[in-house]
Structures are given as C-alpha cells and as structure tokens.
Design a binder for this molecule. Structure first.
Ligand code: MSP
Length: 527
C-alpha cells in the first residue's frame, strides 16, 4: 500500500518575547496579527499551527530579575503565568503551543543542534571585541551607532550606551553563507516582506557578513555549551531554535515533518536580520528546509519612539479591552495601521472608529436585520422569491469581497486592506436596505408585498451570514453572536468550520431558520 502523508500544516510564528516585563500593546499587535492569519487559514480548511512563547535567557532577563531581587527562573515563571499566558487567553489568541526557552524540551534540543554544528566544523573558537547592546542582545556594527551627548556611543534602537565586550567565544561561520543567502533571496523574492525590509536585508548581506559569536562566558543564565560548560549559548541562537524545537525537532519526527518549516515568521522590523539572515544560515548549515516568509511589521510608536518597557503609554492592553471589548481591540490595530508601517495609538482615533465603523455600520446592520425578521416574520427567516437587479448587484459585490479579502488577508497579510474590503461590503448592505426601504414595503400586505419584503430580509440576512464568516478570524466573539442570532449553527454547523472561500455562496441559511435579535454587538461607549 502506498504511504500517505498528512499535508504540511500552515505554520505561523510570533517572535518569542523577552520576559523582562508584562506584555504591552506592541507585543499584542504582532500576536493578534498572527492569530488572525492563522484563523484565516484554518477557515480555508487548512491544517494550521500557531506558535508563540517566551525568550527567557540572556543578560536582559537576568538583569531584570536581579533588579527585582529574585532568581531569573522564578522571575520568568511568575511573569509567564501571571501576565503573558493570561493576556493571550484574554485576547482570544488560539495558539497551538506556547514555548518557553527554559523548558527541557527546548534546551536539550538546542544543545544537540549546536553540538552538531560544532562536530561539522561550523562552529570554532575565537575572540571578539566590540560594542554590545544588552537591550538588543546584539553586537553592533560600529558604523550604525549614534553619538551620545558625552561622547559615548549609543544603540540606534534603544538610544542607550553600548558596552564594549571582549570575549573568547565560539563562533558560527556565518560569513560563509553570504553568497548562498543572496542566491536564496534572488530565487525567492517574497522571502522577506515588505519590499523595504527585503532591500535592507539584501544590502546588509551584500556588504559582507562576519562570523557570529554564539556563546557567552561572562554570565551563566543560558543553555550550557555542551562541550564547554564555562560557556552558555548566545541567547539569539537559543531563541531562534524555538521555531524548530517546538515543532518537534529531534523529539517528534512525524510532527516535525508535518509542521516545519514555518510558512510565516512574523517579526518586528528590529529583529529582521536575525530571522532573515542568521536563522536561514543556521538551517542551511544543518541542511534543514528554510521558512516560507519572514514578514516584518512596523512599530507602535509613543512620542515618535518605538513603544517599549521604558516609554509605555501607561495604557495596558487590558485597559483598552475593558473600554472597547476584546473584539474591537483585535480589530482596531489591524484596521488602523497598514501592516509593515509604524503607527501610533490614540484613544480618540479608536473611539471614533469604534463608533462609526463597529457600532454604527456593523452593529446597526446586525441589529436592524434581525429585528425586522422578528417584527415582520415572527423571527422565522422567510425565503427569497423573485430576486431582482438590486439583489443580483449585491451578490456580485459579495463575491468580489470574498475573493479580495481572502487574497489580501490570507495571502498578502494586508490586514487593513482585507478588513476595509469587508467593511466596504457592510456599507453596501446598509445602502441596499436603505434603498429598498423594507419598513415601507411592510405596509403593503398583499402577497406581492410580503414576497418582496421576504426577499429583502433574506438577502440582508444572507449578507450578514457571510460577514460573520469573513470577520470571524478578526472578531470571533461578535461573529459568534451574529451566528447565533441568525440561528445558523443549527443548520450550518459551527462558525469556525465555515470556509472563507464559500462565504459568498448564496442561499446557505434555510427558510425558517430561527432569527433572534442578539444583544448589542458593540455597545455605545461610556466615558
Ligand atoms: N526575544 C526577542 C525575539 C526572539 S524571536 C526568536 C525579542 N523580544 S522582544 O520582546 O524584545 O520583542 C519581541 C517583538 O516585539 C519584536 O518583534 C519587536 O519588534 C516587537 N515589539 C516590541 N515593541 C514593539 C512596538 N512598540 N511595536 C510593535 N512591535 C514591537 O526581540
């Protein structure tokens, strides 16, 4: 019998976050984006795998723990359990795994990976002196440093003085991978996105790569170098390997083959080089397959600077969800900022968009359609008879909407564009209802009048069904409410199993479905 292989899962990752503090809006931004992308593919009917986690080794975490008077492991345990995991749950993030780099399932495999490279001669012992930024956990190229007021050199990302590190370390022969990487970028033009990020990476590699120091001996909060336990493995080598260890590298070959490599690594633009240069080189050195894409998102900014632990707005994700709700939160950042560009959060902007787009456009549509089915047909969805030009036009817009949103969100990661496409359709449906004036048609009690009213309401309810499916990856809570108020589950099954690509197929809701006026989807904001 021929062997059958399960298809490879569509695998999306977030960066694993440093646990030097609680997650902030910037971290949640990437994690929500990844969740929307994965849910979208799940609703395409694909097998998916969504990974997030925490990066717990290195000086940055160690120093924070020290400053708080606890050991680093205790510090990480505390923060992961009290802050990180609960926030992702609160934001409805449906990750399939959560990897912590201090877990044995990770550290043991990291040691094997590095040992293997050492045995192959890809890692050698050498010395290095250079400017190091603990914020980035990275040696800096002298040319990229900024001048501080007192002549000191500053990290261009953190604007804090770099430290001169002099170490005898183990080095990975990264310099040898330049030509192979350039060839790879050439053959895979979509590997790094957006285009500006790709150009940055290609230029950097063209200038020539230096070998990479992959161990540290001045502190011990890390995974021990297996052949020399005076050293720990450089935190970035340790961290990047999470994408392999969580996927079963070295422990579950079946899972690894089904999952690895990632289709999309979502990263902030500050950690692009690690993912687009070092990570592929590490994989090349082991003969492992390379990821599909590395997609860099922009930063959420505060006062012209990247939002970070030290310059938070003082606003936590939970403050915003308490005011606007979880769904609106998930929607807002993807809607307001073009993915890949920087953006600023503003309370006013959020409030304005919430009221006009969520409450007025979407929320009102849902409540008036379900209310009219209640009022004119006792909550039993009437069947459509004799559709005319207006209905046909609306259906044509819906078909286009589904194809466009699917391409934008599912393929291009243009979340803003895809959301706008769906909300454009919402406007169309609202326009259709306004033009058809069902409340006037309802006054005509003739058979013809009833039939016309039935057609208008069926058309509106079907449109709403499609909208609930299309918005489910972005706003699962409100889509579920719409699904329930259309009585859809009973006839069509769970919302999460609805295929995106079939959302526009007409006539799914059967005549007679029980429609109820749901609770307000997006309640008016109270100050
Ligand atoms: N631990 C590394 C990543 C290792 S991945 C193998 C790290 N951690 S981090 O916590 O400092 O940052 C994680 C991610 O959060 C990065 O992609 C970074 O760009 C992102 N963000 C941190 N602040 C951000 C904003 N203000 N806005 C958007 N993203 C931001 O780097």
């Amino acid at each position: 019998m021929a062997e059958t292989h399960a298809p490879k899962s569509y695998y999306v990752s977030t960066p694993i976050y440093y646990v030097n503090d609680a997650p902030h809006l910037g971290h949640a931004y990437t994690t929500v984006a990844g969740d929307v992308l994965t849910r979208w593919h799940r609703q395409r009917g694909e097998d998916t795998w969504y990974l997030t986690g925490t990066d717990e080794h290195g000086q940055k975490v160690m120093r924070t723990a020290q400053a708080n008077g606890v050991g680093p492991q205790e510090w990480c345990d505390r923060l992961v359990e009290s802050e990180w995991k609960p926030l992702w749950e609160h934001l409805d993030i449906a990750n399939d795994d959560f990897i912590r780099t201090t877990e044995a399932r990770h550290t043991a495999r990291v040691q094997e990976f590095v040992q293997d490279l050492y045995d192959k001669g890809e890692i050698y012992k050498g010395g290095y002196t250079g400017p190091y930024c603990v914020g980035c956990e990275e040696y800096k190229v002298p040319g990229e440093l900024l001048d501080g007021e007192n002549g000191e050199k500053l990290c261009p990302v953190h604007k804090r003085p770099v430290e001169i590190l002099e170490e005898e370390n183990y080095f990975f022969r990264l310099s040898e991978y330049g030509p192979k990487l350039l060839e790879f970028y050439e053959a895979n033009p979509g590997f790094v996105q957006p285009e500006s990020a790709r150009n940055e990476v290609v230029n950097f590699v063209r200038h020539g790569l230096q070998d990479l120091s992959v161990s540290r001996s001045t502190f011990d909060w890390g995974v021990k170098v297996p052949w020399d336990d005076r050293h720990v493995i450089y935190v970035w080598i340790d961290a990047l390997l999470n994408y392999a260890t969580a996927a079963g590298y070295g422990s579950d070959q079946d899972k690894f083959e089904r999952t690895f490599p990632a289709d999309v690594h979502l990263v902030g633009k500050d950690i692009l080089r690690f993912h687009a240069i070092i990570w592929p080189a590490m994989l090349m050195a082991q003969g492992l397959p390379l990821p599909g894409r590395v997609v860099a998102n922009g930063w959420l900014m505060v006062g012209g600077e990247k939002m970070s632990k030290s310059n938070l707005t003082g606003i936590k994700p939970q403050d915003l969800t308490a005011h606007f709700g979880v769904d609106a939160y998930r929607w807002y950042f993807l809607r307001a900022i073009a993915f890949g560009q920087d953006g600023a959060f503003s309370w006013e902007d959020f409030s304005v968009r919430y009221t006009s787009e969520l409450a007025n456009d979407y929320g009102n549509l849902a409540s008036r359609v379900t209310a009219m089915v209640g009022k004119y047909f006792d909550g039993a969805l009437p069947g459509a008879t004799g559709e005319g030009a207006a209905e046909e036009a609306l259906r044509a817009v819906l078909e286009k909407t589904v194809a466009e949103a699917d391409r934008k969100i599912g393929d291009e990661l243009d979340f803003q564009g895809g959301i706008l496409t769906v909300f454009g359709f919402i406007k169309h449906v609202n326009g259709y209802i306004t033009e058809q004036e069902p409340w006037k048609v309802a006054k005509d009690e003739s058979a013809e009048g009833r039939a016309r009213l039935a057609t208008i309401l069926y058309t509106s309810a079907e449109s709403l069904r499609a909208i609930a499916v299309l918005l489910n990856p972005v706003m699962p809570g409100s889509s579920q409410k719409v699904w329930e108020s259309l009585g859809a589950e009973e006839h069509l099954g769970p919302l999460a199993q609805q295929r995106i690509q079939n959302a526009g197929e007409w006539g799914k809701l059967p005549e007679g479905a029980t429609v109820t006026k749901g609770m307000g989807l997006f309640p008016r904001l109270v100050d």
